[in-house]
Design a protein around this ligand. Sequence first.
Ligand code: ATR
Length: 484
Amino acid sequence: MICCSIVAHTKEKAIHDMPRSKADIIEIRLDYISELSKGDIDEIISKKPCPLIMTCRKKEEGGQFKGSEGERIGILKKCLKADYVDIEFSAGKEIISELTENKGSSKIIVSYHNFEALPGNIEQIFEEIKATNCDIVKIACMANSLEDNLRMFELIRKAKAEKTDIIGLCMGEKGEISRVLNLAYGSYLTYGYLEKGRQSAPGQLSCEFLKRVYGADKLDLDGLKIYGLVGRPVSKSRGYIVHNLAFKEMELNAVYVNFLVDDLEEFIKNFKGIVAGLSVTMPYKQEIIQYLDKIEPIAKKVGAVNTVSIRDGKLVGHNTDVYGAIEAIEEKIKIEGKNVVIFGAGGAARAIGYGIVEKKGNLIIVNRTAEKGKKLGAELGVEFKSKEKIDWQNIDILINATSVGMMPDINESPIEKEYLHNMVVFDTVYNPPITKMLDMAENNGCTIISGIRMFIYQAAKQFELWTGKQAEGIYGEKGFGVAG
Ligand code: ATR
């Protein structure tokens, strides 16, 4: 079940929000309601659109409740008509017994929150909570590493094997994957928020994304294929949207999550047996190469891997950026024999430059730092020039492979408007989809190509490499609409 945790400052707002969530189950955080009057709890319960968890968190467990402990317990006792009442293990065994003995038809969740870490004795804590006679054990701990998620999954699996209902999750950015995958491992539910700015715990994802993008409630651990992005940072990437929507469309038991990796070696060691394929982004596109069993020729030549497929336990490195860029350009113009300028001399420029040379385009490199530009030019066997020395009348294709114009610097362009005439202009930047450079180029009558086209093509190629299935028609720009 996907549970929407509702934080609202008034009873009216909580009641108004309940039917908006479209979740399977709702948690009402009573500690957020500033003044609870007599009858409010009954009214909330009577208006529930689906099963309800009532809870009233104290400060030490991440809550907002300002009254005394006695008042808090009093409130929870009044909630005993709800489907579920969640009380912290730290409330003490006596209080918990009082609730479990008088629970009627309610189920009692006894919860443990740790905002610092997943402690070493978590199994012992689990056993102690279980011994309270509660219906469901809840354990939510801060993940300080991706590996903490694996420990949480192990705990969930163990609880499930002995038929104890458990809600298990890791908090924080490194714990995000647990919020998507915990249901597959057997967690009773996973929590999501209703709308941006109303998270009730760190690392929480939106209910809508858990359901409609990740399909977290439909994943089956048996045969589940887990894919993901390896990088640092990863939060700005849109890959998880397009890939998960593609998996849903193809009805695959597969999911794509973001792995915020601090230590690539550790990650490969611990997750190699769990993931079925990876996307790789900064800063690991080169570093990943040493951990591969095999590297495809294009990726080897470019010296960067953005995709890893796993076949028979062996890691194979690919570069789908080259393919993505070339496809995006050739939708509009054939590269062979054309005069092409690339701005930039970093990883993106090298990959696309390699693709242009392969396609027999006549390439010129332009770069802010001449030294780096010359080096790439020499590597690719092409010219390096300054912008001013180029005969722009003869240029057919201009490519921006720098980060200039990327959010938040959306008013920047690597080139002035007067240069932009009679060309196809392609920007590898995809956020925003139409950069300042593309906007100016379009106004001057140029044909423009958004970085989104490249992104979609490279993602579609990843899908094919991972699944062995055709991606045609499955990947499109609609994923970007979901991203808002
Ligand atoms: P990537 O792997 O995404 O290509 P990179 O290797 O850091 O990233 O390369 C970034 C490219 O963008 C470089 O060519 C860089 O120019 P320098 O070699 O002079 O550093 C270019 N770049 C980044 N910011 C720039 C700016 N404000 N103006 C011009 N070029 C810029």
